[in-house]
Design a protein around this ligand. Sequence first.
Ligand code: NAD
Length: 428
Amino acid sequence: MATGSFNPFKMAQQQFDAVATQLGLDQATCDLLRNPNREIHFNIPVRMDDGSYKVFRGFRVQHNDARGPAKGGIRFHPHETIDTVRALSMWMTWKTSVVDIPLGGGKGGVICDPHNLSLREQEQICRGWVRAVAPMVGPIQDVPAPDVMTNGQHMVWMLDEYEKITGMKMPGFITGKPLGLGGSLGRTEATGYGAVYTLREALKELGIDIAKTTAAFQGFGNVSQYALDLYTKLGGKAIAVSCWDHHDQKSYTFRKKDGIQFQTLLDITNRFGEIDKEKATAMGFEILDGGAWIEQEVDILVPAALENQVNAETATKIASSVKVIVEGANGPTTPEADEIIKSKGIWLIPDFLANAGGVTCSYFEQVQCNMNYFWTKEEVLAKLDEKMTHAYHAVSEVARTRNVYMRDAAYLISVSRVAEACKMRGWV
Ligand code: NAD
């Protein structure tokens, strides 16, 4: 969310401007890509459970669809702003491009707080959102998905409303649906596993045996859980995990130097990704300060909680043993921290490459829905592995041959692909 003076859209535009200069993009292409193609702002009037009426503000932004239908989630958040949605839609364009899936970038949102809304009220918001955007979304126009505070149930209400409007069964309209209602096997694991597929390739390139490495994770939610699961399955030793504690309103790091077992830790974690301190202590975990995860003497750091965590202050605490950082979260590293990471010679796998497994699997969900034929979990994960591995090597090759930072290499690839698609279509 946009907080204080921080404006995510301005940051997304600055990032784009830097890449555009490096690529020597012409003025028209810059003008096209630094702003969304289209956006819609609308009211969603809802009759509340107590009989009163309340009007919620909704958005859908399509940043670019030159490479295929726009793709991106819908957030429900009390501090949602149009600039946050714009920034996220732009980042989605780069993310779908860097993994080379035939989709563009979009994002949506509603200013609301689901904590204070009944399920019936949330359903009315979902249905109202779809009625407002119906003419500009659909399996061959723009495909939404869950994001912050929305889930599979919200997606099914939205799908149902869309199918009522169109009079057709179109499960490919939206992704992130539950299994049995058009969801894909492997989606739960996709983002975390995808990040570790890229890590595995990076370690191979660096000549490091994954079975001899140790790692520390920030966060123990969807992304971090499955990243830790696959990392330990491949032989790595996870020694620290940090997470938020709602009760204490602070974060803690849970350390176990002889290695964390995925299932054991999952068993004492709630649905918000918060680990039970008492049970963890009884299991032999040391409980440290929330910031301790980044100071561990490990080979690999996986920031997979939230943005702005590896910054000018925390990055200086990174141990000299760290060789790779895999960004599971969106925007965990600030530009100042990037400079510190570069100076320490750490190999970075940037967010929109490392965490693209989620959108890639959403794309697979859409493909399966459109052909009404569903793959096994093994098939989904094998296809995911292939996509992530291929994308990783494309970025790494540019980083090595042009001697640029991995984040810059990923941007160079994704922006040039989108610019090329716009040119070929004769837009600029
Ligand atoms: P989640 O809500 O499932 O988990 C978040 C985790 O972060 C929880 O364990 C929480 O306790 C922890 N956390 C929150 N504040 C913290 C703090 N101050 N210090 C330490 N830990 C803290 O979220 P998620 O789906 O795992 O997403 C994590 C990140 O990955 C976000 O940046 C998200 O945008 C990004 N992402 C997620 C997906 C996906 O498919 N889930 C895909 C792409 C990117």
